[in-house]
Design a protein. Structure first.
Ligand code: NAD
Length: 446
């Protein structure tokens, strides 16, 4: 069919004319396929990998990726130079991004353990240790996503994870994109698993003859990848953790009268081109008809010039502009929506950050398009979607470490806290617990 030339426009609502229920209705995320149906598809795949290891993994790659010439599912480091041949400018771009992401995540390191004396002689500490083995899923298929490899690989390297395994579906000729090999090399990955979907997740969760079993799996992916991650993280036999639930990408832009309509439209579109299920929201703070129209004209004109205009059209169809009276009203709506990306195209953007309660990552002021965060500024782009920004953080250095606590008491410390322990053990009727204290206190009397 011929490409449509229909006007690409977001529906418009005015908060002062509608109720709170209508605002919530307009901000609903596009519904997702039921998890049960997808689980029905991925469970047999996962079982097959557990039972048949590499052989099953290869057969799925032959089937889904059409990479029938592939004979080994894993590429081990050191990776051959000829697999990472790239144009000079791409290498330079990856190197700059790598360095900024490294700097920002290295600064998140806790240089010394936390140590608190809660009572005289009672010392509580907390210290971080890297997760030893991590599996990083980099979506593949037609897209080339070196940025995702960077956003997962660099913090894993900075955290000191001993084994970094990257999984990504190969191209139909069995090769992996050189950008991913180059990033894998830079972050010191031990191997690249040439597989995708639930089968790649299962291979990393349980291990196969050639795939290293990992302790945590991170990274975005389609519904099969997500269902696979949820399944293995619930299986105590796998003993594997995952990062967070992932859904389609989204952005919420708050713009005031001073915002440049072309900038606003470009930010909305840079999310809308991700996928038809992406959602973009504009909160227009006290804009008049002419200003709203200017943004809408820009949106249409810029969209029509994009190669991915059809995807944009899909995303825009469930996106909305909401007119608000002031910034506080806009912030209330934004905090309730809890966007993955929040862009503040506001005159006093920096001050407004104080009012942000729920968001994955914030982009402040007119010179900060979201794309800088997607690639090169240094912040992470693996962020909570679907409103999960209310309770989850995006991927950060902490995603690759766990915290261990310790207590260290002196005799005086045990004398100080012992009675409270004995009494609570008594209340819970755990006599051995009580005695572990009383035997020691008694031995001090001798
Ligand atoms: P993918 O790597 O997530 O999934 C490909 C795999 O899906 C295949 O290897 C195959 O195993 C599996 N699969 C496909 N059809 C199947 C079926 N019928 N039954 C069982 N398994 C099947 O790649 P994709 O599909 O291109 O999806 C990419 C995803 O990543 C999108 O959902 C997109 O939103 C997301 N994404 C995220 C980021 C990011 O946050 N960094 C960037 C781009 C894309």
């Amino acid at each position: 069919t011929a490409p449509s030339s229909d006007r690409i426009t977001m529906k418009r609502l005015d908060v002062s004319k509608i109720g709170a229920a209508q605002v919530s209705e307009a901000l609903k995320r596009p519904s997702q396929k039921s998890a049960d149906a997808i689980l029905g598809i991925v469970k047999p795949i996962i079982n097959d990998i557990r039972e048949n290891g590499d052989k099953a993994l290869l057969s799925y790659t032959h089937k889904f990726e059409k990479a029938t010439s592939l004979t080994s599912p894993v590429l081990k480091a050191p990776f051959p130079k000829e697999l990472m041949q790239l144009p000079e400018e791409t290498i330079k771009a990856i190197d700059i991004s790598y360095e900024n992401i490294r700097k920002f995540h290295a600064a998140q390191k806790e240089d010394k353990p936390l140590r608190v004396e809660t009572m005289p002689g009672v010392i509580c500490s907390r210290f971080a240790r890297p997760i030893e083995r991590v599996g990083l899923y980099v979506p593949g298929g037609t897209a080339v996503l070196p940025s995702t490899a960077l956003m997962l690989g660099v913090p894993a390297m900075v955290a000191g994870c001993e084994k970094i395994v990257i999984a990504s579906p190969p191209r139909s000729d069995g090769s992996i994109t050189p950008e991913i090999v180059y990033v894998a090399h830079k972050v010191g990955a031990e191997s690249i698993v040439l597989a995708g979907g639930a089968q790649a997740v299962a291979a990393m969760a349980y291990g196969t003859e050639s795939v290293t079993k990992v302790d945590k799996i991170l990274g975005p992916g389609n519904q099969f990848v997500t269902a696979g991650k949820m399944f293995v993280s619930n299986d105590t036999n796998a003993g594997v953790g995952i990062d967070m639930p992932a859904g389609p990408s989204e952005v919420l832009v708050i713009a005031d009268k001073d915002a440049n309509p072309a900038f606003v439209a470009s930010d909305l579109l840079s999310q809308a081109e991700h996928g038809v299920d992406s959602q973009v929201i504009l909160l227009a703070v006290d804009l008049n008809e002419q200003q709203l129209q200017a943004i809408e004209d820009e949106l249409h004109n810029q969209a029509m010039a994009l190669p991915r205009v059809d995807i944009v059209r899909g995303a825009i169809s469930h996106s909305v502009t909401i007119q608000t009276r002031d910034i506080d009203e806009a912030m209330r709506i934004s905090n309730e929506y809890a966007p993955e990306h929040l862009i503040l195209q506001l005159n006093n953007a920096e001050e407004v950050v104080d009012k942000v309660m729920n968001a994955g990552s914030v982009f402040i002021g007119q010179w900060t398009p979201e794309s800088v965060g997607d690639y090169s500024a240094g912040v992470n782009h693996s962020l909570p979607t679907y409103g999960y920004a209310k309770q989850y953080s995006g991927v950060n250095l902490g995603s690759f470490v766990k915290h261990i606590t310790s207590s260290n008491l002196t005799a005086e410390g045990l004398r100080n806290v012992g009675q409270a322990v004995e009494q609570l053990a008594k209340v819970e009727e755990l006599e051995a617990h009580r005695r572990a204290v009383s035997i020691r206190l008694a031995s001090m009397q001798k």
